[in-house]
Design a protein around this ligand. Structure first.
Ligand code: NAD
Ligand code: ZN
Length: 379
């Protein structure tokens, strides 16, 4: 089969690799029909993780079940399914309480497993013609018939829509409250959209990329450009000096200042400043435990200089981590199915697998027009 293979920093190719196959009785094999490129793939792409050369990338996968192991009971050949980027077993202490991003079985001794994601287990990614899906009954979400025509909507259930939603839940957003989302990448846009669906009274999205900010406005937000000065001051100016009730971090350790220099603490310190005393902050942007590509030693070791004292004195709360996709994907699927959510509005490209190397280059550079790429391996 053909797959997107990581060769080394900023070097991926589409190669012939061994077919995905059933390895355990609880596995299924899914023929991939849509697989997204994610901001998280860039950690691997940029060579900032331990991902080995020859690994297949891709964790945002939708497709059709073509084979099931003898221990698979509910998933059937022919089913169209959306696969959460997390691989959960379904029976460990974390999976049984809904914390499927921290499965204790699928990637011991680390909690949490995912497809094609260094540090998150030995699982191949789905930017390929076929994917092996472990614990298929637990992980595969059934999709309705309209998923054939509305695949760009349903494929967002695999990660960024639930992740954006998770950011707002970690921040403990309630209807009528205000929220600031740092980052207008796909995850930040989905956090803003989730806040809008949940009834936030005002949503601010912060970035410097004009076209992503324009999309944020389409998803119900007020755009705040870092090019127009300190975002904290801008938001305070628009809220009578109060700031916001809640905040979401959707940038991660690659946050950079106006001159392009990476400063991993920029967004966290801004959120501590702009969120009101006792407000909540949800961090879904990724901060790596070790970042060999980081320029400064602090970040290289996964540390950052974050104003914990101000955070403490403001009595704020914080929630962090990979999103427990399964905790939200059924409800979000049904919002899509009933026409109440159209996350596909952020898709900029539907391309074939062969286009992946070029798409990675553009998305990594955050080139104008390259907001969210969906690869369609059957093309
Ligand atoms: P992305 O990395 O392109 O989005 C980041 C956005 O932040 C960009 O638009 C960039 O211009 C902007 N940005 C950079 N510095 C900034 C600053 N100082 N202030 C405001 N904005 C700034 O793509 P993405 O797919 O949206 O991913 C965002 C983050 O979310 C990544 O770290 C990714 O790994 C993470 N992620 C987390 C989860 C999870 O489960 N927690 C899931 C998916 C993605
Ligand atoms: Zn992703």
């Amino acid at each position: 089969m053909r797959a997107v293979v990581y060769n080394g920093p900023r070097d991926v190719s589409v190669d012939e690799v061994p077919d995905a196959r059933i390895e355990k009785p609880t596995d299924a094999v899914v023929k991939i029909t849509a697989t997204n490129i994610c901001g998280s793939d860039l950690h691997m792409y940029e060579g900032r993780t331990s991902l080995g050369a020859g690994s297949i990338i891709g964790h945002e996968n939708v497709g059709e079940v073509v084979e099931t192991g003898p221990g698979v009971y509910s998933v059937q050949v022919g089913d169209r399914v959306a696969l959460p980027f997390n691989i959960g077993c379904g029976f460990c202490d974390n999976c049984t309480t809904g914390l499927t991003a921290f499965c204790l079985t699928a990637n011991p001794p680390t909690a949490g497993a995912a497809y094609g994601y260094a540090e998150m287990g030995p699982y191949n990614g789905g930017q390929a013609e076929y994917l092996r899906v472990p614990f298929a009954d637990f992980n595969a979400l059934q999709l309705p018939e309209d998923s054939v025509d509305r695949e760009n909507d349903y494929v967002m259930l695999t990660d960024i829509f639930p992740t954006g939603w998770h950011g707002t839940r970690l921040a403990k957003l309630q209807a009528g409250e205000t929220i600031a989302v740092y980052g207008a990448g796909p995850v930040g846009l989905m956090a803003a959209y989730s806040a809008d669906i949940q009834g936030a009274s005002q949503i601010f999205v912060i970035d410097h990329l004009a076209e992503r900010l324009a999309l944020a406005e389409q998803f119900g937000a007020t755009a705040i450009s870092t090019a127009d000065g300190d975002p904290v001051e801008q938001i305070k100016g628009l809220t009578g000096g109060v700031g916001v009730d809640r905040g979401v971090e959707a940038v991660g350790y690659q946050a950079h200042d106006s001159s392009g220099v990476e400063r991993s603490n920029l967004t966290m310190n801004a959120l501590v400043n702009v969120v009101k005393p006792t407000g909540g902050i949800g961090v879904v942007g990724v901060f790596l435990p070790e970042d060999p590509g980081a320029k400064d030693e602090m970040t290289r070791n996964g540390h950052m200089n974050f104003d914990f004292g101000k955070f403490f004195f403001k009595g704020q709360t914080i929630g962090t981590g990979q999103a427990n996709v399964k905790a939200y994907n059924r409800q979000l699927r049904d919002l899509i199915h009933r026409g109440k959510a159209t996350p596909s509005r952020l898709v900029s490209h539907n391309l074939g697998l062969a286009d992946a190397p070029e798409a990675y280059q553009h998305f990594d550079a955050r080139d104008t027009g390259w907001t969210k790429v969906v690869l369609n391996p059957t093309r």
